[in-house]
Design a protein. Structure first.
Length: 94
């Protein structure tokens, strides 16, 4: 996966649930790197529960992997069901 992400910037935006997924993915990706010293948090911080954005650098792959906190990313006001929607039959009773 890291080869496919070489030279890219991957960004997650979301709340604490998204941050947990992001942290898990960082751990998975970091464990696949042979030299762990080539992966580090860009600002040098060790605490990840206090700030609103985090950034890991995978220097061997020139990959930047970031997370930004946004407690309300989407405000759903109306559920729109499209006739060709895969979940239309499941959601039509809502």
């Amino acid at each position: 996966m890291l080869e496919r992400l070489r030279g890219k910037r991957l960004v997650f935006i979301g709340d604490s649930l998204n941050r947990n997924m992001w942290e898990s993915l960082v751990c998975i990706l970091r464990n696949s790197v042979k030299d762990k010293r080539k992966v580090f948090e860009a600002s040098g911080r060790r605490e990840f529960k206090t700030e609103g954005s985090y950034s890991f650098l995978f220097t061997v792959y020139t990959l930047k992997f970031r997370f930004y906190t946004a407690h309300v990313s989407v405000h759903l006001t109306e559920l729109v069901l499209l006739p060709n929607c895969l979940f239309h039959s499941c959601l039509s009773g809502l």
